[in-house]
Design a binder for this molecule. Sequence first.
Ligand code: AMP
Length: 538
Amino acid sequence: MRGLTMDYQLTLPAIARRAESIFGERPVVSRRADGALHRTTWSATLRRARRFASALHRLGVRPGHRVATLCWNHERHLEAYFAVPLLGAVLHTLNLRLHPDELGWIARHAEDRVVMVDASLLPLLETFRERAAFRHVIVVTDGGAAPPGTLDYEALLSSGDEAAEFPEPDERDAAAMCYTSGTTGRSKAVVYSHRALVLHSMATAMPGSFSLGPADVVLAVIPMFHANAWGLPFTAALTGAGLVFPGPHPGPAALLELCHTERVTFSAGVPTVWLGVLEVLDACPGVYDLSALRTIVIGGAAAPEALVRGLEQRHRLHVATSWGMTEIAPVGTLGTLTPEGAALPPAERHALRMKQGLPGAFLEMRVRNERGDVPRDGLTPGELEVRGAYVASAYYGPDEPGDWFTADGWFRTGDIATIDPRGYLEIRDRTKDLIKSGGEWISSVALESALMGHPAVAEAAVVAVPHPRWTERPLAAVVLREGKLVTPEELLASIEGRFPRWWLPDDVLFLPEIPRTSTGKFLKSALRDTYRGHYGGA
Ligand code: AMP
């Protein structure tokens, strides 16, 4: 027998209708480049999003077309987050920290037709615009004029019709896409359906996860260009939480100022952000009133113990750790305590909270090694695999290898983890040859091949080394060719233009040889172990 329930589609337009009709008065606040605060509401934001959707439609954007954004976190970016899916089109957030070559490749691979760009990021757009095939460039200005040949966002919006209606997308249609760093080269595209984003929002909104509701004010620190700002724009709309955006180049003092003035109750971000915040709090205790701030989530990379203790013990803030991935929309776990966990003696309780936590609703985890599932004893590591309602089933594109997806329907994360008898995940290491610095990825393989292109270099291996501020930074180990000499500075200068500046290794070590595995590959784990303390972050 089948259920007699309406075939109601779980879509972002349905979330938008809920936010507009029920939570319309809740605030949306954005910090402008000059520090001024722009205040609006969910209902005004979504009315503008509808105008934008209609204007995009007039520009020829149709369901399934990709609309790119190259923007910081602000309310007009939020408008795009809803306008594009309202139209049935696909929101593609370009990561402004990537190298122009990569951005050009990504925009072409995604077949972005339109790009919305902050005026301050136009110089970056110009570095790769030729390689993409944008038919329209829409510029978000703070009052200045949009350059010739581009469209001004506000002028475009005023030509839009907020009453325009679009057919409801199917919940399995694409709503958004993000590119994630590839282990061996090009980025890979993850495409989210409406259904996945709605269920991800439901799962993260729940008690035991972010536990969000209309009494909350969320500070969206995670870039909207990295994994949909952890879905917070959608989750806030679904739950009626207010949203606060820190604008371009958010610094720790500006974040604290916003927490204070806007009575922020919840925020989430990578460790580097909170390390900066802790430094300011330690330097100026008592300056900021953070009494409304009930939870800070630290994720995207391992939260240093000293950071958690500092925020909790010196500043009475409550911290929860989280693990996630772009491929899972992206929040996977949260380090919350069940009543049984909360009843443990303090040291055990703390150790449990420092793990990455329990999976969200509709997400399942298993840990495997070459012999199959490992025991859930919190000790035996293996590769973490996940499946669930918001996990990618494939990467987008014709040439993507499927080896990240198992025959029995799980996604291989590339993370090495344990799961304990209570179900708590702990990330131990990763198989991916990538370095995560300040929340963004650096490809060690790309750096190695560039270094090995230098005439004095015989071999080069680049590894992630723990760093007190950036979580990890690259370290290069280089074997020189017989009779050749080069300084670290010369070597780095030779590869400089090919990568973003922040990708360059902080140090280059010249070694007689690079340790190898029995099959002759670089044994990077040995290098990582030997030089673990090199940057003082071990
Ligand atoms: P991204 O797709 O950029 O969000 O990166 C996802 C990857 O970041 C994961 O596969 C992990 O390697 C790493 N990561 C995310 N959260 C954590 C965490 N809490 N602890 C350790 N590594 C993490």
